[in-house]
Design a protein around this ligand. Structure first.
Ligand code: SF4
Length: 451
């Protein structure tokens, strides 16, 4: 039976040292109980306690980490079937495949697109995560050379080594070092040798069955052989079968605690569809329904971008608004005579307001007050964006040292607090800004300090 956070806390050393990246042992215990982190993250827990807690509290879908540093990539760790039940933990990885049969030009083009196609939305940098290196013809030298090229050319890529040939896998794996690749190509035929190689390197295994039943069989044998980290492939190569298998795997793991399917899945839209548009559609379906990784034949902006946006939407925590940090944000190099505006820290508000200020070409200071991610009116109604709190923030922010004037522009929706704010900030002149961010450019172009 699952342990509660309090039961887990009793077994922790209670140092509250934060070395697990969580400030207190209590918070850590709660996260372990909720399956959001693993007991291994605490370096002070004995092996015996790890075994006791780990078994009882591990998320039903195992967390798998690939790569390192800039290329680090995490999948799995999922605890629910539907996002609205809690949240989805780790976004589906988007991979592009390069093959030993691809021409040099094709490989270079794909790797270049992997490196350069990157987008920013609401402060989040979105890009593909992995490069899958496929051994297409059993040429171990070519496979190793292609792996080396990807390692050297794509520092942000986690690698998937795709071969069923033990020697070829060994040759490519030995040059990966800390860039922990996924060794994909474990089948019923080679599972013993691949398991030995996986244990020797400590790299996760990508396991492929010809159907769900065979996959379960291989998975059980690998677990019995001591393999913990796996990514699973049911062998489905039609969109319907891949969709159904993903649902079966997630449901079995989360609802029935069926361990042989309690691993993230890898899917291959590149082998399901013949053209890039269909591939993107298939990927979109599989991202929506539990794929841990989708492998694409190539990356193109027009198909990658919508997939990344879908990924961003699905994997955003529905219970926690996206926020930016409370701070002073200089926009286009403001000086001591530049206007000072204030708004909330709901990231959408920040990006819309800062975008309009940038578009106005009027250098400005934007004060972002922590409103716990609530928008202007909601924050005000919730008592998180009142005159007293704004005044406290303005006083401690240091903005008074950056400007000569004492003019503060507040959002138009906060017009009712103007008088109260003037009492709280007697040295400042409060100006009511526009209600809509779209009217900011015209407003700023007309703005002059009051004194
Ligand atoms: S590393 Fe261990 S002891 Fe330190 S805060 Fe985390 S759980 Fe507590």
């Amino acid at each position: 039976m699952a342990l509660t956070g309090i039961q887990i806390l009793k077994m922790l050393p209670k140092k509250n040292c934060g070395e697990c990246s969580i400030p207190t042992c209590l918070a850590f215990a709660m996260k372990v109980a909720a399956g959001q982190t693993e007991i291994e993250a605490c370096p002070y827990v004995s092996e015996e306690t790890k075994a006791t807690i780990g078994e009882a509290s591990a998320p039903p879908i195992r967390t798998i980490k690939l790569g390192s540093g800039d290329s680090q990539f995490t999948i799995g760790g999922e605890t629910c079937l539907f996002r609205h039940e809690k949240r989805f933990e780790n976004p589906t990885g988007i991979a592009v495949v390069v093959s030993t049969e691809d021409s040099d030009g094709d490989v270079d083009g794909k790797l270049n697109r992997f490196n350069t196609l990157e987008y920013e939305r609401v402060g989040v940098h979105m890009r593909a995560d992995l490069v899958a290196v496929r051994d297409a013809n059993g040429d171990g030298g070519a496979f190793k050379a292609l792996t080396e090229k990807v390692l050297n050319t794509c520092p942000k890529a986690a690698l998937i080594l795709m071969t069923e040939n033990i020697d070829n896998m060994k040759g490519a794996a030995e040059i990966c070092g800390a860039r922990i690749p996924l060794m994909y190509g474990v089948t019923a035929a080679n599972q013993d040798a691949m398991a030995a190689l996986g244990k020797e390197n400590g790299y996760p295994l990508g396991v492929k069955g010809s159907n769900v039943d065979e996959l379960i069989d291989i998975s059980e044998k690998l677990v019995a052989a001591g393999i913990k980290d796996m990514v699973i492939d049911t062998g489905a190569r039609t969109v319907r079968a891949a969709f159904e298998d993903n649902v079966v795997a997630r449901r079995s793991a989360v609802k029935a605690k069926f361990k042989p399917l309690g691993f993230p899945t890898i899917t291959f839209p590149c082998e399901i569809a013949d053209d890039s548009m269909m591939e993107a559609m298939v990927s979109s379906i599989l991202i929506a329904k539990y794929a841990g990784i989708v492998v694409l034949s190539d990356l193109k902006g027009e198909t990658l971008f919508p997939l990344l946006l879908e990924q961003l939407n699905i994997f955003t925590d529905p219970q926690r608004p996206m926020v930016v940090q409370e701070d002073i944000y200089p926009i286009t190099g403001p000086g001591e005579d530049s206007p000072v505006l204030i708004t909330c820290n709901f990231s959408l508000t920040y990006f819309i307001v800062s975008g309009e200020i940038e578009g106005s070409k009027v250098p400005s200071w934007l004060l972002i007050k922590d409103t716990e991610g609530l928008s202007v009116l909601t924050a005000w109604a919730a008592g998180k964006f009142g005159a007293d709190l704004i005044a406290q923030f303005v006083n401690k922010s240091g903005i008074a040292d950056k400007v000569k004037h004492r003019d503060l522009i507040i959002p138009g929706y906060l017009a009712t607090i103007k008088g109260e704010l003037e009492e709280e900030l007697p040295e400042w002149t409060i100006t009511i800004g526009p209600r809509e961010a779209g009217h900011l450019p015209a407003f700023l172009k007309e703005w002059k300090p009051s004194k």
